[in-house]
Design a protein around this ligand. Structure first.
Ligand code: ASP
Ligand code: MG
Length: 411
């Protein structure tokens, strides 16, 4: 039997009624001839509640016990989903991560999947079981302790199962009906995409599009897992949702597939640092050690042996970055006249694999921003992405202007 992986996110299993509706979809795929692996999240809000309880109990908590607590939400939905399927006369049972087993490393709270030996589940399928309901987000460490994969990790569980079992597809059921050209809350012209390439989705996910955990997209790309994002709230036909797939499966790509944004950015500039070999290492080494996620970097042209170095990072890491820089100055590793933080910026990006073959994308982007009178503070580019840092108050306007400029409302 071909295998299908179906993942239901927190809102899709939020109540017993929602679980019943999800189970009906699973039943339909069983009737279509699939053996189904269902991956479930915790009921929406549950994981936040569990994390809150841990924090209230212990300030510097034992990460192994954190995982023991926060993984439990998925155990509940896995059991309830299996029961619901049984009530519908679909042979099903639940599996916790350690029972599969889903083997991870020991990085509690952010564990990485090492292996998923398929033998246990396959032997149950061979014996007539139709659905394996697996608790997402959790696994077991080499020490035999429960681990979790990081927030949003059940997407990654789903993709890993699809890869390990050679599933025909991995359907991710959520509360939106697919991946959009931009956030529909910002532009009412946002359009659902029928297909998007792995690389584009990876950029959009890491830029903060919340539909899929970034690691799940990385994994899907690496193993060529066909991913479909679709809504469990609407009745949809078989081609509904958005297919995340290899570039070759996208017939013709426009230059730009989507516009993404990140609201909580900060721009930091070290004024007048020495222009000498090793200066970038002396700056970004301590920032990395301090856990600052540096994104964009710009080094100005030097004058009289001095230069300015600008970088961006998440706004809540500004204090940490400032401390790392002043400490490095105190240790005599770097010298600078001033450190200026601008906390009123946002990042707006256009993403598309079509950029590789279409010329003039940057020009179109900059013209659209100019026409709205929006000043660009920092620019970075990659093969399939152009990002700009602008004043936060223009973020929505910029997203809308770029969506119009690249005519993303048109298919
Ligand atoms: N329940 C976990 C979370 O909220 C994992 C997931 O749903 O993906 O992060
Ligand atoms: Mg999620």
């Amino acid at each position: 039997m071909p295998i299908l992986v179906m993942k239901f996110g927190g809102t899709s299993v939020a109540t017993l009624d929602r679980i019943r509706r999800a189970a009906k979809r699973v039943g339909r795929e069983v009737a279509n001839g699939y053996d189904v692996i269902v991956i479930v999240s915790a009921m929406s809000g549950k994981t936040n509640e569990l994390v809150g309880w841990v924090n209230e109990t212990s300030q510097f908590y034992d990460a192994r016990e954190y995982d023991a607590v926060v993984s439990s939400g998925e155990n509940v939905t896995a059991g309830l989903m299996a029961l619901t399927l049984q009530e519908m006369d679909v042979p099903a049972r639940s599996w916790q991560g350690w029972q599969v087993p889903l083997l991870t490393n020991s990085a509690h709270g952010a564990a990485r999947i090492e292996d998923i030996p398929p033998a246990n589940i396959l032997s149950k399928f061979a014996a007539g079981m139709k659905v394996a309901v697996v608790a997402g987000f959790q696994g077991v460490s080499p020490e035999g302790r429960i681990t979790t994969l990081g927030r949003g990790g059940s997407d990654t569980t789903a993709v890993a199962f699809a890869a390990a079992f050679g599933a025909e597809r991995c359907d991710i059921y959520t509360d939106v009906d697919g991946v959009y050209t931009t956030d529909p809350r910002i532009s009412d012209k946002a359009r659902k995409l029928d297909r998007i390439a792995f690389e584009e989705m990876l950029e959009l996910a890491s830029l903060g599009a919340k539909v899929l955990q970034t690691r799940s997209v990385e994994l899907a790309m690496r193993f060529g897992v066909k991913l479909r994002v679709l809504s469990s709230f609407e009745e949809m036909d078989d081609n509904a949702g958005t297919l995340v797939c290899a570039e070759e499966d996208i017939v013709e790509s426009k230059a730009v597939a989507g516009v993404a944004y990140s609201r909580d950015e900060a721009k930091m500039t070290l004024i007048s640092v020495a222009d000498r070999p090793g200066i970038a290492a002396a700056i970004f080494g301590p920032l990395a050690d301090a856990g600052v996620n540096v994104d964009m970097i710009v080094q100005n042209i030097a004058e009289d042996g001095r230069t300015d170095m600008t970088f961006s990072c998440p706004i809540d890491q500004v204090a940490r970055a400032e401390k790392a820089m002043t400490d490095a100055k105190t240790r005599g590793e770097i010298n600078f006249h001033d450190l200026v933080a601008d906390k009123d910026v946002a990042k707006v990006s256009v993403v598309g694999i079509g950029m590789r073959s279409h010329a003039g994308v940057a020009a179109t982007m900059f013209k659209a921003l100019r026409d709205e009178g929006i000043n660009i503070k920092v620019i970075t580019t990659s093969e399939i992405k152009i990002s700009v840092l602008i004043d936060r108050k223009y973020m929505e306007l910029a997203v809308q202007a770029l969506h119009d400029a690249f005519e993303l409302e048109k298919a």
